[in-house]
Design a protein around this ligand. Structure first.
Ligand SMILES: [Zn+2]
Length: 59
């Protein structure tokens, strides 16, 4: 099933409306890591991955 995560759920303070979709959790995580660069996040920490994972849900 397709997975989706809203950037605003990972970081409400960002005010970002981006929605990241993927075929599975791994693809969403990969795209989220790419998207994080737009927020100046170069290092995707295990903690950040956990926050993204917690916010991922079925599309
Ligand atoms: Zn964002």
């Amino acid at each position: 099933m397709e997975k989706v995560v809203e950037c605003s759920k990972v970081d409400p303070s960002s005010g970002c409306q981006a929605v990241i979709r993927g075929e599975d959790e791994q693809e969403v995580l990969k795209k989220a890591a790419e998207h994080a660069k737009q927020h100046g996040i170069r290092q995707v920490t295990p903690e950040l991955i956990e926050r993204v994972k917690a916010a991922i849900h079925d599309a």
